[in-house]
Design a protein around this ligand. Structure first.
Ligand SMILES: *Cc1c(COP(=O)(O)O)cnc(C)c1O
Length: 228
């Protein structure tokens, strides 16, 4: 099964090309391997190919993989919808949570993070293109939330996460603008370094607009089977 390594090399090459086209340094764009629905054996193989950051969406599934792969130095990112009653597991088991969109969620994560662990990295999820069904705070709420969340002791607020509607690549530019606007006013600007946007189908556009972390599933692992 050398094809996972090959797939990763292909994706890294796509990232490299996108960076060249955008005259950006490739080191500015991190690859997050989105492994939801895929078995831990596949994650391990991707790990052996050099991948360290993995993103999961479903808590129960993720916890099982974290347990199974506990001997590997994987950086675990939760990129799914954050339910208020599940924050404890996120605070304990993950390194990053991308889907924070309300103060109460951030407060719970901060309280529930073990003081002996490093601060939990979080991204504020923004509903950048006003979708009805999507999670994420309104863009107009971002400044206030950043102000409030950055006071919390056991979190490190790293930036923004967006999931625009398919083909709405203009939303990436809006996200970048918002990201920069916060950065220019933010007291903890040294921590504000992450713009999580772009997936298998639109990573090129996301990188052109300024993404620093692309979340890629299908292009790395193939299509997902939700029936299991
Ligand atoms: C599943 C998922 C991805 C990966 O999508 P692909 O199109 O398979 O690359 C990225 N981000 C989030 C939030 C996801 O839920």
């Amino acid at each position: 099964m050398n094809d996972l390594k090959q797939a990763r090399n292909d994706v890294l090459q796509q990232i490299e090309h996108a960076c060249q086209n955008a005259q950006r340094d490739q080191a500015e764009v991190q690859l997050l391997a989105v492994s939801k629905t895929h078995p831990s054996d596949m994650l391990k193989e991707m790990y052996m190919a050099g991948q360290r950051a993995f993103g999961e969406n479903y808590l129960q599934e993720a916890l099982e993989k974290i347990e199974k792969l506990q001997d590997l130095d994987i950086e675990w990112h939760f990129i799914g919808h954050v339910q208020r009653n599940k924050t404890k597991y996120l605070a304990e088991k993950f390194d990053w949570v991308h889907g924070v969109d309300r103060l109460i969620i951030a407060e719970r994560l901060s309280t529930q993070r073990d003081v002996n662990q490093e601060a939990l990295n979080i991204c504020l999820q923004v509903n950048i293109d006003g979708q009805d069904s999507k999670d994420g705070c309104q863009p107009s709420k971002v400044a206030e939330l950043v102000q409030q969340i950055s006071q919390l002791p056991h979190l490190r607020l790293r930036g923004l996460m967006v999931i625009p509607a398919p083909n709405n690549t203009a939303a990436f530019d809006d996200a970048k603008q918002l990201f920069e606007a916060v950065k220019s006013k933010h007291q903890h600007a040294e921590d504000w370094d992450t713009l999580s946007m772009g997936m298998s189908g639109d990573m090129k556009e996301a990188i052109a607009a300024g993404s620093t972390m692309v979340r890629v599933g299908t292009a790395l692992f193939g299509s997902r089977d939700y029936s299991k």
